[in-house]
Design a protein around this ligand. Structure first.
Ligand code: 6R9
Length: 661
């Protein structure tokens, strides 16, 4: 794995950022957690997590051992315990008299709405659990979920969890190819999808991608359950395809949840790694639920009786799993779920939703904040955002300008309100399952641009190449020193890759793949990936995966992909390709446009390179490695500088010349 330098000019500027915002005394006094929690948790992390597990979850059988770390890096948390995720998210709230509390305020893109109480949601999940069982889905079976942001997505995930089936949600923006490879890797028995959704006022299809994915034989799928959402006509395979409405109507609304082992797999979620093939990150039940529920309460200061929480993430990403489906419901929260794009039918849609539902906790991504900044402050200023009291950020480092705008315009109700809502910048990963580094809103004096402090009971450090902790004021690699409850347990079907990817770089430590720096106060600043993973709008994309997609096209001889800094999306995909000499490109055809579409088809629209540059050669070292650093310089408009380690030092010159043409 190539490690690039982890500091640059932009980061040096960032580290000169020295503003700090202490919590107000009123907020601090009423906060869910206080300063003392760090000392308590860090004195005995296992005891702390055991207490959290028992306090936040209802176990059908208590655990006998908190952590079994006898075979590192394979952890077992809450050994011997039994717990049902769906029971914890649903039934117990109804049993506790909270059946009438709103679980989900659903807002469809076209403006249709649905108010779903805990009692409603429980009944829907029970029906879905029965329905899936009647289709032959049993404990341990895998179910692929390819759905838009509609309540049925949450229902499907929880119904799987209820019966012990393992869901594998595939983001609706991924292509049929990507869907098929994920179905095959997990050997999914059932696919749950929808006819489609809406995107900027227009119907946007999903089902055709499922049909395409399953067109070729050799897959394991027996049934496809199809939710009617946008009413578009879809092809129907008799015997295989079933209408959601019919299957649910036929299913009984009675279903008793049984406890599953704490280490029973809950879900697989595929994420990009440094090599081409996506990794199926496996999460299990007890530890995952404990840490997601704890962090959701402590980091967002959730008051389930009064707060209205809104996480804008799609369920296709881990944020949608942990902080839409699981933690908020386990904590009995009322949340908003929005189907569509932020600019449909107008650029104030999000703020209109905040005003309408009196959203008090908003959790979103820097790329969205920067986009809204670009659209103009006058847009949020038109709405009453006075209900907001906590703001969250996730997915990539948030630059101080965007942080300040978020604070003033959103957290300060367009600057009209004296008190600003605290911002919690939360660092975590698909692999960590739950938030790992974040300020606590009633405790930490926040710093724009820094995620700052490891959570209570979490052992994060920044180390140098040799694995030694760096002193304050220095940068290095972010590691996690001790197992944590929501950690991934393995890579589906590939335990060796799990070891190699995360546990081999530094002895006995989990290597996250991120660069980081400790400031003079010991606070942590994330500096982006140090491996071949790009971060585009908070979505992880692998350079290798896009390169493989490009070279799978008959015109392409070789390809190199880099992530270039981008003001709005954090990074943008830039591809350099060498065309085959014998490629017969039809007259009038633009190879760049054809190849962009090809990547979209192979992986999905999010992976389409912003720019494709056709070049005569690629810069390579004498050992044949493509020097992406140099390409990145070109892509970001810098002089590539030192190219002396290249096998052919004139290559960069040729590329530069070519680009000027
Ligand atoms: C939750 C999620 C993980 C990668 C991670 C890092 C980046 C996420 C961040 C952040 C700086 C933050 N990242 N949150 N970087 N500050 N607050 O995003 O999971 O999709 O797996 O991405 O995202 O580089 O390694 P995932």
């Amino acid at each position: 794995m190539a490690h690039e330098t982890v500091t640059g000019d932009a980061f040096e500027n960032l580290l000169r950022e020295n503003r700090q915002f202490a919590p107000s005394p009123e907020f601090a006094a009423a906060a869910n957690v206080h300063e003392g929690i760090y000392a308590e948790a860090n004195a005995d992390p296992e005891a702390f997590w055991a207490a959290q597990a028992r306090e936040r979850l209802t176990w059908s059988k208590d655990f006998t051992q908190t952590l079994d770390w006898s075979e590192p890096p394979f952890a077992k948390w809450f050994v011997g315990g039994e717990v049902n995720a769906a029971y914890n998210a649903l039934d117990r709230h109804v049993e506790n008299g909270l059946g009438d509390r709103v679980a989900i305020h659903f807002e469809g893109e076209p403006g249709d709405t649905e108010t779903i109480t805990y009692a409603d949601l429980t009944e829907r999940v029970k029906r879905a659990a029965n329905a899936f069982e009647s289709l032959g889905v049993a404990k341990g079976d895998r179910v692929a979920v390819y759905l838009p942001m509609i309540p049925e997505a949450v229902v499907t995930m929880l119904a799987c969890a209820r019966i012990g089936a393992i869901h594998s949600v595939v983001f609706g923006g991924f292509s049929s190819e990507a869907l098929r490879s994920r179905i095959d890797d997990a050997e999914a028995k059932l696919v749950v999808t929808a006819d489609g959704t809406y995107r900027r006022g227009k119907p946007s299809p999903l089902k055709p991608a499922v049909d395409e994915a399953l067109a070729e034989d050799g897959h394991t799928v027996q049934h496809v359950v199809v939710v009617r959402r946008n009413g578009q006509d879809v092809a129907w395979t008799e015997g295989r395809d079933l209408a959601w409405s019919e299957v649910m109507a036929a299913a009984s609304p009675e279903h008793t949840a049984v406890g599953h082992d704490a280490e029973h797999p809950l879900f697989i979620l595929y994420t990009s790694g440094t090599t081409g093939k996506p990794k199926g990150i496996l999460h299990t039940t007890g530890g995952y639920l404990t840490q997601t529920a704890f962090t959701h309460s402590a980091v967002f200061d959730l008051k389930p009786e009064t707060d209205v929480y809104w996480c804008t993430a799609d369920i296709g990403w881990v944020t949608g799993h942990s902080y839409v489906t699981y933690a908020p419901l386990v904590n009995g929260a009322t949340q908003v779920m929005y189907e569509g794009t932020p600019d449909s039918p107008h650029q104030g849609r999000w703020w209109e939703i905040v005003q309408k539902y009196k959203v008090s906790i908003l959790y979103t991504a820097p790329t969205a904040i920067r986009t809204m900044m670009k659209w103009g402050s006058d847009i949020p200023a038109k709405y009453d955002l006075s209900s907001i009291r906590v703001l969250g950020s996730v997915g990539e480092p948030i630059n101080p300008e965007a942080w300040m705008w978020y604070r003033e315009m959103i957290g300060g109700n367009g600057g009209r309100r004296e008190e600003r809502a605290p911002i919690v910048d939360t660092w975590w990963q698909t692999e960590t399952g739950a938030i790992m580094i974040a300020p606590l809103p009633g405790v930490t004096a926040t710093k724009p641009g820094s995620a700052q402090v490891p959570l209570p009971g979490i052992a994060v450090d920044v180390v140098d190449e040799a694995g030694q902790p760096v002193p304050d004021g220095h940068g290095g690699f972010l590691v996690i020193r001790k197992p944590w409850p929501a950690m991934l347990r393995t890579i589906w079907g590939d335990p060796q890759r799990f070891k190699d990817t995360y546990w081999s770089r530094f002895d006995g430590m989990y290597f996250a793949g991120d660069g980081a720096k400790k400031d003079d106060d010991g606070d942590i600043w994330l500096l982006g990936r140090v491996d071949d993973v790009m971060n585009v709008s908070g979505h992880r994309l692998s350079t290798t995966e896009i390169e493989s997609a490009l070279v799978s096209h008959p015109w392409v001889a070789e390809a190199a992909v880099v992530g270039a800094a981008d003001e709005t999306t954090g990074q943008a995909v830039v591809a350099f390709v060498i065309l085959r000499g014998e490629a017969s490109i039809p007259e009038g055809e633009d190879p760049a446009a054809v190849l962009r579409a090809h990547v979209g088809h192979e992986i999905g629209p999010i992976a389409k390179p912003r720019h494709i540059l056709v070049v005569p050669e690629l810069p390579k070292t004498r050992s044949g490695k493509i020097m992406r650093r140099l390409l990145k310089d070109v892509a970001e408009g810098r002089d590539p500088g030192d190219a002396t380690t290249l096998a052919d030092p004139t290559v960069m010159h040729k590329i530069a010349q070519d680009l000027r043409k």
